[in-house]
Design a protein around this ligand. Structure first.
Ligand code: ZN
Length: 201
């Protein structure tokens, strides 16, 4: 397994309160998906689960992490200390390409080594020994999905999808409907490949 603490962040427990707790949050630091910050623990969140805060240097990553089931929020915050402070407050690990943000000694951040999405996902798979739970979280707003019957979404999804999909789920936050099909299988397969690749290094 991979053993570099530099590219995985040193502190595995980002939730510890520190001396920086009094810093005000910036109004400009908003999640473009509209999800609220600091969500309460959710039903299928195990104690071993880590949560991420992705910054604008790795924007594509946040959607993929959510599709893979990881609790992930997004921030366009430009000030390193505010970004890292928000992550600390929410118990999240910062994923960034910004060396200056990853270097803050009181934060918990992973400096992403590559611009390529696959490389970034592989690095995360190496750093955090979690299998992920594909298709359990909304890629748009980060809320959890619940299984629903085909009948309940019959008027929402295309007729072809209604007939052929093997299962449906709906976002508890924004109501977006997902279905089991080729796309979800590809996501699961892609993560499985990256996961196996990371484990064999
Ligand atoms: Zn949603």
């Amino acid at each position: 397994m991979y053993d570099s603490t530099d590219s995985c962040g040193g502190d595995q427990d980002p939730g510890t309160p520190g001396a920086d707790q009094g810093l005000p949050e910036s109004g400009a630091d908003q999640d473009p998906s509209g999800s609220t910050a600091g969500q309460a623990p959710q039903p299928n969140q195990g104690p071993e689960e880590v949560r991420f805060l992705v910054d604008s240097t790795a924007g594509k990553l946040v959607r993929w992490l959510r599709l893979l089931g990881f609790d992930s929020t997004y921030s366009e915050q430009a000030a390193d200390y505010r970004l890292v402070h928000r992550a600390r407050t929410e118990g999240r690990i910062v994923l960034t390409r910004r060396r200056s943000a990853a270097a803050l000694p009181w934060g918990n951040a992973v400096l992403l080594e590559s611009d390529r999405l696959d490389d970034q996902l592989t690095q995360i798979a190496r750093c955090y020994a979690m299998p992920g739970r594909p298709m359990t979280r909304c890629s748009l707003c980060n809320a959890l999905l619940e299984d629903v019957s085909g009948e309940s979404v019959r008027d929402i999804v295309p007729p072809f999808v209604y007939k052929t999909a093997s299962g449906f789920s709906k976002c508890l936050g924004c109501g977006h409907v997902y279905w089991q099909g080729t796309h979800s299988s590809r996501i699961t397969e892609r993560w499985k490949t990256l996961w196996e690749l990371a484990g064999s290094e």
